[in-house]
Write a protein of this length. Sequence first.
Length: 246
Amino acid sequence: MTDGRVLLIAGGSGSIGSAIAREALAQGWKVAVHGRSEDKVHAVVAGLSEQGTIDGFIADIWEDEAAETLVAEVAEHFGRIDAVIDCTATGPLGITGLFPDTSPETFTDFLDVSVGWFERLTHASYGFLAQEGGTIIAFVSDAGIHAARRQSLVGAARAATIGFIRNFAVEAAHDGIRAHAISPSYVAGTDTSRRRGTEFMSRIARRAGLGLPEPEDIAPIALFLCSDGARKITGQVISINGGMNA
Ligand SMILES: NC(=O)c1ccc[n+]([C@@H]2O[C@H](COP(=O)([O-])OP(=O)(O)OC[C@H]3O[C@@H](n4cnc5c(N)ncnc54)[C@H](OP(=O)(O)O)[C@@H]3O)[C@@H](O)[C@H]2O)c1
C-alpha cells in the first residue's frame, strides 16, 4: 500500500525516470518529476496526468542550492516526501571509451553528478525521509562493480556512489531511512541506447542471455525497494543487466 506516498524522481524526465513515474502512478504513488528542460518535464507530466497525481519541477543541478530548493518545493507542494530516486545523468560522451580518448572536464562533471549531487540530494531529503521511514535510491552502473575496458571513468565515479550508499545506509537505518543503488549495464529503448546506435546495441545485447533490460523492466524493481515489502533491506546494489554480469 502506498497510501498517497510521495516519490521524487530527480532526472525523472529521462528514459528510465519517466518509466518509473508511470509505474509509480499505477501503484498509487504521488509523483514529483524533476528535470532541467521545461519542455521535457511538461511532456512527461502531460502524458501521465490522467494516471494519477503528478507534477513537474525544474532545476538545473549545477545551480547553487539546487537540491535544497528542489526538495523544499516538492515538500511544500505535496506536504511530504517518502522516497527519492535519482536518475540524473550527464550521458556517456567523454566518459566512456579508451582512456586516452576520455575527457577530464566531462569526468569532473560526471563525478559531481554521481557523488556530489546525490550527496546534496540526500542531505536535502534526509529530514523528510526520516519522518515515516523513507527510501533513497541512486542509479549507478555495473562498471562500478565489474571491471571492463573503456569504463575507467564511469567505474571510478559509480564505485564512489556505491561507497557512499553502503556506508550511509548503515548509519541512516537508525533513522528508519533505507538507501540502495540500482546498477544497469546497458539499457535498451533509452536516449542513451539510441545515441549508441543499433549496431552497437545489437552487439552488446548478444552478451545478455535474458536480453537487455528496458526502462519498464527497471521501474518495478526500483519501486519494490521503496515499498513496505523491502522494509528490512538497505545498502544493496541491485544489478539489472539481463545476465550480462553476475
Ligand atoms: N540508459 C542506460 O543505458 C544506462 C546504463 C547504465 C546506467 N544508467 C544510469 O541510469 C540513470 C538514468 O538513465 P537514463 O537513461 O534515464 O538517463 P537520461 O534519459 O539521459 O535522463 C537524464 C535525466 O537527467 C536530467 N539532467 C541531466 N543534466 C541535468 C542538469 N544539469 N540539471 C537537471 N537535470 C539534468 C535530464 O533532464 P534534461 O534532459 O532536461 O537535461 C533527464 O531528466 C542515470 O544515472 C544513468 O547514468 C543508464
